[in-house]
Design a protein. Structure first.
Length: 324
């Protein structure tokens, strides 16, 4: 986990060093910041931060630093940290409630299952994410129903069935080539009959630019009437993750994200950009390969992770020097 979001941490640490080396014991002028901020934007983009997000971040830091009297590096570090915390707190959303609790409440009050539909392109970790959510629900006393709604990709239903068998949870599937919306319809009826409170619907992995498949997904949504539409995003795909998020949100509607492979993301920009450019919350973060490696997202988690590089700047540098 030490290298998680490493590029983003290093970029911010570098910015603090650059200001500290050029300015001391005098008021920072806005024009003095422009060159450093331009370099910061470039470095942020290299760390997979979307350009618009990088510019917004630079403007926030500029507003925090301009006109302040900086006497030592700690003052610079504190000002940058303050700007980052304020921006993330204002522009990154949290879900605000627990999905498993919401499912239990809906089932108890209305006698209907809570429906989660999982979307995303092939390879992002959608199948594994469904299994992780199923495991979380089962550990907390709910028996989820997994719905193999991907009737297009060969092997997709078998992969889900393997997970369902390992977890000991029911699964609904159909023949390949079947209508996905019909599978979902039957699954909802099955869940109601057996008083199952949570339905996890897989959908065919589709490119966000494929109009025909997007239309098919819209049909599934009309039938499912989901309580939440979750887009699964691979944090390693960089700026393409932001493009996927924006287009899916525009075409189908996204209620929240699951960010996968965060433990392997040495850059870190995707998480910040996806949240800020869509205004939708990241619900869960995948941080490993086991069923247990799924953590609820929080702004505090993101803030502490990003600011770790600034807070531990001196310690990490000294450690690297001693290792060399």
């Amino acid at each position: 986990m030490r290298l998680m979001f490493g590029s983003l941490k290093n970029t911010l640490s570098k910015f603090v060093e650059n200001i500290s080396s050029k300015v001391s014991t005098r008021e920072l002028k806005e024009e003095e910041l422009e060159e450093l901020l331009s370099e910061l934007v470039f470095d942020l983009v290299q760390a997979d931060v979307a350009y618009q997000t990088a510019e917004r971040l630079a403007e926030s830091i500029k507003a925090s630093l301009a006109g302040k009297r900086i006497r030592k590096k700690d003052d610079v570090r504190s000002a940058v940290k303050e700007a980052l915390v304020e921006m993330i707190d204002a522009q990154v959303k949290e879900l605000g409630y627990d999905l498993i609790d919401a499912a239990r409440k809906k089932c108890a009050e209305r006698g209907e299952p809570y429906v989660l539909v999982f979307m995303g392109v092939n390879g992002v970790g959608k199948t594994t994410s469904i299994a992780k959510v199923a495991n979380l629900a089962k550990k907390r006393g709910l028996t989820p129903l997994i719905v193999a709604g991907d009737t297009f990709r060969a092997g997709s239903q078998e992969q889900l069935e393997t997970h369902a068998n390992r977890l000991g949870v029911p699964i609904i599937k159909a023949k390949y080539g079947s209508d996905s919306a019909s599978v979902v319809y039957d699954a909802i009826a099955y869940a109601k009959k057996r008083n199952l409170c949570l339905i996890l619907v897989d959908t065919a992995g589709r490119m966000h630019v494929d109009k025909d498949l997007i239309e098919e997904l819209k049909k599934v949504m009309r039938v499912a009437s989901p309580d939440m539409k979750l887009l699964v995003i691979d944090s390693l795909t960089g700026n393409d993750a932001v493009e996927q998020a924006v287009i899916y949100n525009k075409e189908v509607g996204v209620d929240g994200f699951i960010l996968t492979k965060a433990d392997a993301d040495t850059k870190g920009g995707s998480a910040l950009s996806v949240a800020m450019e869509t205004g939708k919350p990241i619900v869960y973060v995948g941080v490993g390969q086991t069923y247990e490696d799924l953590v609820p997202f929080s702004k505090n988690w993101l803030i502490s992770l990003i600011l770790e590089g600034i807070a531990n700047e001196g310690t990490e540098k000294g450690s690297e020097d001693s290792e060399g």
